[in-house]
Design a protein around this ligand. Sequence first.
Ligand code: SAM
Length: 364
Amino acid sequence: MDLKNTVKKKYGEAALRAVEGDNPCCCGSKLPTGIAQTNRMSHEIYQEGDTAGIPAAAIAASLGCGNPSALAQLRSGETVLDLGSGGGIDVFLSARRVAPSGKVYGLDMTDEMLALARRNQQEAGVENVEFLKGEIENIPLPDNCVDVVISNCVLNLSTDKKRVLREAFRVLRPAGRFAVSDVVLCGEIPATLRSNPELWAGCVAGAMQESEYKSELAAVGFLDVAIEPTRVFHAADVREFLSAAGAEAVSVADQVDGKIMSAFVRAAKPAAGGANSTKGKAMPKIQILGTGCARCKTLTANAEKAVQELGLQTEVEKVTEIKDIMKFQILMTPGLVIDGKVKTAGRIPSPEEIKQMLVEAGGN
Ligand SMILES: C[S@@+](CC[C@H](N)C(=O)[O-])C[C@H]1O[C@@H](n2cnc3c(N)ncnc32)[C@H](O)[C@@H]1O
């Protein structure tokens, strides 16, 4: 079974268990809990006040890793889209915040989840909500039609995250907000975890590195990209989660201590010629220090690739005169300088790493 169908099957089963009144675990029968549900009692993500009046089945079916509708600072009248809306908890919470004139779409690919969400909607009598069937890689909505895209623990499950980010950008109105809770990595995890389909459905194996998440958002055109950790998972949490995936996986729990987190990921679509547009924004100045050797050429090519993928209108300048290179006081070439600051010397950072440096320098 391919990964998408594995995900669909697991969440279909979770929805059915919620209908039957069991607590739905993140990942179906083999994995009793997903990473975000480990030790959940001590890490509740919704405050009691938040969920008052929300159908009990929607709360019980909650499989998220954060509270995006609270973090997104939704305003009355806004239109919101929840990617991978599951049993609908974040849709209902958002609907309350944007009422009376605002509307919330919930999008999910799993029939059983949609049935559960629609049942919850009926029970709650909420009218400013619509659940849509579809894939987050191909959002069934027109361009520029929503103010805020939220999502809770779903992007990590996609096998084509670049496409999801492009789709989110497309449907957002100019100056629209991307406000997503997700599982994010802050360090390399063993290949044995990466290749486990159960752990993909459990929100670990498909998670992106923090730096990659930022640069992919910037690459599709988002500005003001930020990732804030909301919970870091330690070896004990990971061990509990992995125990259901087999002994081999459990043995690496210590190696992933502190490398998996729930995080709030935010970004903004540029306003059309407005405040957060790239128009008029200072572009980073990029210089390569080196006398034209093969390593300098590779670094230049990597920097040009990073600039191109971020869509920046800036030249990569080559500094080849020894006297000019010496001004930067580097001990080894090639050197990479962004906005006058030496970022690396004597090594060749990858295009991904350079993209990250450019994002941090404000060039997204
Ligand atoms: C971990 S659950 C989170 C559900 C909900 N956001 C919550 O917080 O309770 C993931 C949900 O995303 C849906 N999903 C996963 N991948 C998807 C995709 N590519 N397109 C649409 N829905 C997807 C699943 O069907 C499931 O309902």
